[in-house]
Design a binder for this molecule. Structure first.
Ligand SMILES: NC(=O)c1ccc[n+]([C@@H]2O[C@H](COP(=O)([O-])OP(=O)(O)OC[C@H]3O[C@@H](n4cnc5c(N)ncnc54)[C@H](O)[C@@H]3O)[C@@H](O)[C@H]2O)c1
Length: 248
């Protein structure tokens, strides 16, 4: 059993929730960060029912003060922070020239700025505490491959790739690792809205097993990446895509 402290954003649903449950099942202390109170509290209950240790902190990752505050609360509650999983995300869908500025700003605010704030706030705290921590960011296959009608999302996920490489380089002297995951199509609420547009069916075909990936499979891979045994993985974006980006 490990006993580290992990802050997981977007922990109220999908990939984030399953990662919270998985880390807690391994003995880690989990700080669930989400702007959905209902989702965050539900994850908290699930962890407690299984005998795990967690707290929920309502957090809007698009606000630096909120991200800094959740990290402070993690340290107050558990004494340190070992893992920061910058995973909260959102999307929008419209042809490029019909994109509403508010949608562009919302998606960039959560997916790009939220990750940047997580890197800055967690990196600063880990350096202050002298922790050999790991920061894991959620990118996407859509940070590599263009897609119709998801311009803000593609832009934000492309940025996550380079922020990951850049931060890994600068935080290496503090023994802090930074890496990212690029999931393929995962069965979570974020892609439900794309069912009409056929995107989900396309994603299934694009994966080796012909089906959407279970969020539990992403969670266990994130756990493996967080371990000391995986510390040669640094600055990389690890494809968790069941082959999505490997063939056409
Ligand atoms: N599902 C997929 O196919 C897929 C593929 C590649 C990447 N991703 C990425 O995985 C991550 C998790 O998404 P998911 O699939 O679990 O979707 P999800 O919708 O189930 O979960 C997203 C979570 O983020 C939270 N969130 C949104 N905005 C927030 C904010 N401003 N502050 C705090 N929390 C906020 C939501 O409340 C929700 O709990 C996202 O970054 C997403 O872009 C998903």
């Amino acid at each position: 059993m490990s006993s580290r402290v992990a802050v997981i954003t977007g922990g109220g649903s999908g990939i984030g929730r399953q990662t919270c449950l998985y880390f807690a099942s391994k003995g880690d202390k989990v700080v669930i960060a989400d702007f959905s109170e209902a989702g965050g509290n539900e994850t908290l209950e699930m962890i407690k029912e299984n005998g795990g240790d967690a707290i929920f902190v309502k957090t809007d990752v698009s606000k630096y003060e909120d991200v800094e505050a959740v990290i402070e609360k993690a340290v107050e509650a558990y004494g340190t922070i070992d893992i920061m999983f910058n995973n909260a995300g959102t999307g929008s869908r419209s042809p490029l020239l019909e994109t509403k500025l508010e949608d562009y700003q919302r998606v960039i605010g959560v997916n790009q700025h939220g990750v940047a704030y997580g890197i800055l706030a967690a990196g600063r705290k880990m350096r202050e505490l002298g922790v050999n921590g790991v920061i894991i960011n959620t990118a996407s296959v859509f940070g590599y491959l263009a897609n119709q009608s998801t311009f803000p999302y593609q832009a934000s996920k492309g940025a996550v790739r380079m922020m990951t490489q850049s931060a890994a380089l600068e935080l290496a002297p503090f023994n802090i690792r930074v890496l990212a995951i690029a999931p393929g199509g995962v069965d979570t609420p974020i892609i439900q809205g794309f069912k009409d547009a056929g995107l989900t069916e396309y994603m299934k075909k694009q994966q080796m097993r012909g089906e959407l990936i279970k969020p539990e499979a992403i969670a266990s891979a994130v756990y493996l990446l967080s371990l000391k045994e995986a510390d040669v993985i640094n600055g990389s974006v690890v494809m968790l895509d069941d082959g999505y980006a490997s063939f056409k």
